[in-house]
Structures are given as C-alpha cells and as structure tokens.
Design a protein around this ligand. Structure first.
Ligand code: SAM
Ligand code: SF4
Length: 325
C-alpha cells in the first residue's frame, strides 16, 4: 500500500502476546503489566485471516513479536500457517532467546525466515540487572544451538545500548566470529524507555572503531526489512548494524504498521492513532469491511515521530511490551 506520503507500506509487526518471561527495565515494570485476558487476545485463526486480507492489500512481510512470542503456545503453528498465506514472502520472529534452544527445531520446521535475538550484554550480572532475571545462560545456549545448525536460519542480534557498564564490543564480537548481524538500536522514549538516556549511534561507532578499526559501510545485498544501516569491519565474518530512530530519524522511509495482541492496528510507534480490528474481526463485517478499515487507517499514518520534541498530543501510553517494539 502506498500511503499519503508516498511510502510503500508492506510490512507488519504482529504482537502475539503481552506476556513475557523477562522484565527488561526499559520495557516492562518489575511486577509485569496486567496481562490482557486470553479472550481479548487475537486467536491464531484471526491473525491468519488478517494476514490474508493484508496480503491482498500488498503486504509481503510479517514479524512476530510480543511480549515474548515464544511464551505463546504453538507459535510455530502460527508461523507455518502464515507461511502458507499467498503473497506473504517472509515471516520472521523476534525473541529474547530464553527458550530458543528448546524451540529451535520446531521453529526451523515451521519455515521461519529469520530470527532476531535481543541481547543487551554478555555479562551475566549485568544481564540479570537489565532483564531482572538470571537467564543469560539460556539465551547463550539458544544462540549456540541457532549457530550450530547446518542450514542456519538467518540470525540477527539486537542490542539496546543503555548503560556505560555495557561492554558493547563484547556483543559485537558475536558478529566478528559468526556470519550474523549485530544491531545496536537506540533507546526510544516510549513507555519505560523514556526514563533512560539513549546512547547515540555516533558514541557506539566510536567505541567500535576504537576496538575494531574503521567501519566500512556495507553495500551488498539488503539484510532486512528496514532502517538498519550496516557496516563491515576488518576480520569480521558478520556485520554491525545501527537502527538510530532518535539521532537519524528515518520516518520518510517507514514501511511498517503494527498490530497489538489485542487486535489494535497502530500506524506509528509513537502515537495511539490506528484502528480496532478485533471488533471488526469479531463483528458482522466481511473481509472487505476490514480491508477498508486498514486502508483508512494507513491513509492517516502520521508523517513521523517527534521524539525529543515537545509532545503534540495523542502520544502512545502503552509499554513496548504491549506494542511489540
Ligand atoms: N520479547 C521480544 C524481544 O525482546 O525481542 C520481542 C518484543 S521486544 C518489545 C522487541 C524489541 O524491542 C527488543 O529488541 C527490545 O530490546 C526492544 N525495545 C523495547 N523497548 C525499547 C525502547 N524503549 N527503545 C528501543 N528498543 C526497545
Ligand atoms: Fe520482554 Fe522483550 Fe520487553 Fe524484554 S524487551 S521485557 S524480553 S518483551
């Protein structure tokens, strides 16, 4: 779909749950969020029906997110069903990796096209401090399993720099030793993220160059769906990527919308604007009515965020775990 600003919107991030087995300080409160009742969360059949409608509107790529998508039972069945939707070319998932070792084979069988693992540090004590759970060993085991496979599912690591205690170069080493991308994502002032100072891309690049020498812009085959800019470094098998929504706003090229687990279609990360698709899915309307609602919502997709500027009203109140990142 081409929106009012000429952007081609063909990618949707679908949150399948607001539950999570971690409590990352920038994403969720310590006690967790009050979970949405199961009856209010879209069923897999409803998600697949929406994917079919979206494919009819030109959507090609789906990312499953959460909360923690692996916390939802049978996630691999949903992936397999979405892979069968005509027109959908890519189904990927983003996970904290806590249960990846156990679920990797089921994911592979589902046909998933890519896995993003969120990993902010390789230091166990700091990991426990950031996520409020001592689960680093599980994630590293998941990573080991994912890297060991013969036909490796394309893998990316996402790291949010947030504290000067983080040894970001240790996370980057994963891209030196393996043919994977490690991406540094600037902290966005959404939900609990607003309480943290973001560490800018230029600061992280300076740290990387100090440790690994000059970073060279990567100009090969596209590595993903979105705004990451990739670099290579001498001796690296993989790439380093930067997603810098705050210091390098990329809204002019935005290609995505989001669906919350409760069925609300969000057209911009920062604003509440969008439409409630669950009531349409569960009401008397047919697929055409739902398609019309999506067209109308995308038609009103904001031009961009205003992070760091004075609030203009309509700002999102949900936490990232409710939105899906
Ligand atoms: N639980 C899964 C995970 O951690 O990958 C999926 C959901 S999580 C909300 C998706 C991504 O959003 C994670 O990589 C997380 O680090 C990122 N995230 C959460 N809050 C953020 C914030 N305020 N700014 C930037 N990224 C954030
Ligand atoms: Fe859970 Fe992912 Fe949020 Fe961490 S970032 S609390 S793993 S949803």
């Amino acid at each position: 779909m081409i929106d009012e600003y000429g952007r081609n919107i063909d990618y949707i991030r679908i949150s399948v749950t607001d539950r999570c087995d971690l409590r990352c300080v920038y994403c969720m409160p310590e006690e967790g969020v009050i979970p949405t009742a199961h009856s209010e969360i879209l069923t897999y059949d409803e998600i697949v029906r929406l994917a079919e409608i979206l494919a009819g509107l030109g959507f090609k790529k789906i990312k499953l997110t959460g909360g923690e998508p692996m916390c939802r039972l049978g996630i691999e069945k949903l992936i397999a069903s979405l892979k069968n939707v005509g027109g959908i070319k890519q189904v990927t998932i983003t996970t904290n990796g806590v249960t990846l070792a156990k679920k990797y084979e089921a994911l592979r069988e589902s046909g998933v096209d890519g896995i993003n693992i969120s990993l902010d540090t390789t230091d166990r004590a700091l990991y426990a401090k950031i996520t409020r759970r001592d689960m680093l060993d599980n994630v590293l085991k998941g990573l080991e399993v994912a890297l060991a496979g013969k036909d490796m599912i394309p893998l990316k690591i996402n790291c949010v720099p947030m504290s000067r205690e983080q040894k970001l170069t240790d996370v980057a080493l994963l891209a030196k030793e393996n043919d994977i991308a490690v991406r540094f994502i600037e902290m966005m002032p959404i939900g609990y993220g607003s309480s943290f100072d973001y560490i800018s891309r230029s600061e992280v690049i300076a740290k990387m160059e100090e440790a690994f020498g000059v970073l060279t812009p990567y100009e090969g085959k596209a590595l993903g769906n979105g705004p990451a800019e990739y670099f290579t470094a001498k001796g690296f098998k993989g790439k380093l990527g930067f997603i810098s929504a705050v210091s390098h706003k990329f809204c002019g090229n935005c290609n995505r919308i989001r669906l919350t687990s409760a069925g609300y279609l969000k057209t911009c990360l920062q604003y509440e604007t969008g439409c409630d698709l669950k009531s349409l899915l569960r009401g008397a309307g047919d697929d055409n009515a739902i398609a019309d609602a999506i067209i109308s919502a995308v038609g009103k997709k904001p031009a961009g965020h205003h992070f760091g500027e004075e609030a203009a009203g309509g700002d999102e109140k949900k936490t990232m775990s409710q939105i899906g990142g």
